[in-house]
Design a protein around this ligand. Sequence first.
Ligand code: PGA
Ligand code: ZN
Length: 401
Amino acid sequence: MSEITGSKIRKILDSRGNETVEVEIFTEFGRGVSAAPSGASKGSNEVKDYPEGGIDQSIKIFRSEISKSIIGMESSDQAGFDRYLESADGTDDFSNIGGNLAVALSLANAFATSDELGVPLFRYLGGINARMTTPLGNVVGGGKHAVNGTTIQEFLIASHSGNVYEAIRANSMVHKRIKERASKELDIPVGMGDEKAWVLPFDDEKVISMVKEAAEEISEKTGLTIENGMDLAASNYFEKGHYVYRNSRLTREEQVDFVEGIVKDRGYTVIEDPFDENDFESFAELTKRVGDKATIIGDDLYTTNYDRLQKGIGKRASNAILLKPNQVGTLSRLLKTWKLAKDNGMSVVVSHRSGETTDYFIAHLAVAIGADYLKTGTVGGERIAKLNELVRIQEEMGGQE
Ligand code: PGA
Ligand code: ZN
C-alpha cells in the first residue's frame, strides 16, 4: 500500500548549536522528515542517544545497513517498522544504533505515511479520538538549563482556552510580564536559558510568588484560567539524602512537606519530578496528600518506559506521566506506555527536550492521543514551531475542541 522507496540522513544543529540527526523517508507519494532533540537533564533510564563513536557512528550504520534494509518495507505498519529498528539494534537501550537515530527514523516514517495517505499526522495517529491539548510552558528556568538561576528547573504556566491561540498568547504574556517585573527590580536586563525561560538571580521562594502574581495579572487581563506549575527536576540536586537549595537543605520528609505547601498554600497545580528519580515512596506520599488537587507528573521517574510506569502504578506514585519520544526511541514504545497510563486513569503530558529543532511532531502527537498538556516552552523559534503548529491543527479540526 505504501512501501518505503528511499531515505536520507543529514546532520543539522539543534537549538543549543549541537549536532543532531535529521532523517527523511520516502514512499511512492509521501515524504516524512524528522530530527532528534536532546536533553540536558536526562533521566538515567533513558535509551542511549548515540552509540560508541557518537553521531558519526549512527550515520555510518544508517548508510551501510538501515537505509538498504527499509526499502520495500510497508510504512503504514509502524509497529513492524519499529520492531525492525529494535532488531537492527539488538539491545534494549539502542546502544548500538543510537536512540536519536531510532527516534528520527520512527517519527519520519509516521510522517511519511500520513503524507502518503494525504491526512494530517494528528488524524492519522489519533483518528476520531484526536482532541486539542493545553500548552504548558516555562517562564523562569534554572537547574541544568541555566547557570546561576533558580534551583528548581522550570516554573511552568498553562493557560486554558477553547481557542488554543489565545492560550499560547496568554502564556507568552506571562513570560513578558515576568521580564518586565524582574528587569525593573534588578535594574539590568535579564537573559534566557536553554528553553527560553528567564534566568533570574533570585531564590526559589521569591520566584514562586513572582510567577504566581504574574499569572494572576494576565489571567485577569485575558479572562483565562491560568495554572501555575513547576518541574523541580529534583534528581539534579538530591545529594547524599538531601535536596540542596540555595538557602536550605531539606531531608526527604521535608521535601514532601515543602512541595505539599507549594500545592496547598501557593496554589500550584502542576508538579513534575518533585523527588529523586528512584524515590517512588516520596512520590506516593505526595500523591496521597495532594493528588486530588494537583497533577503530579513523573518524567525522570518513568522516562516514558513501560516497566518503570508499571512499577509506579503499583506504588501509586503519581497521577500523571510525561512522554518524550526520544526517551524510548520509537513511537510504538511511547504509545504502549501511553496506553498503560490511560488504562490506569492517569493524566498525560507530551513534552519537548531542552535541545530542540523546529520539528513539530510532538504537537501532532499531543493532539492525536488527547494529551492533557503539551509542554514545549512559551517562546523561542524551536518552541514556537510546535505552538504555531497547534494553531494550524485547531484550524484543520474546524475550531473544534
Ligand atoms: P531535558 O529536560 O533537558 O532533559 O530535556 C527537560 C525536563 O526535565 O523536562
Ligand atoms: Zn522534567
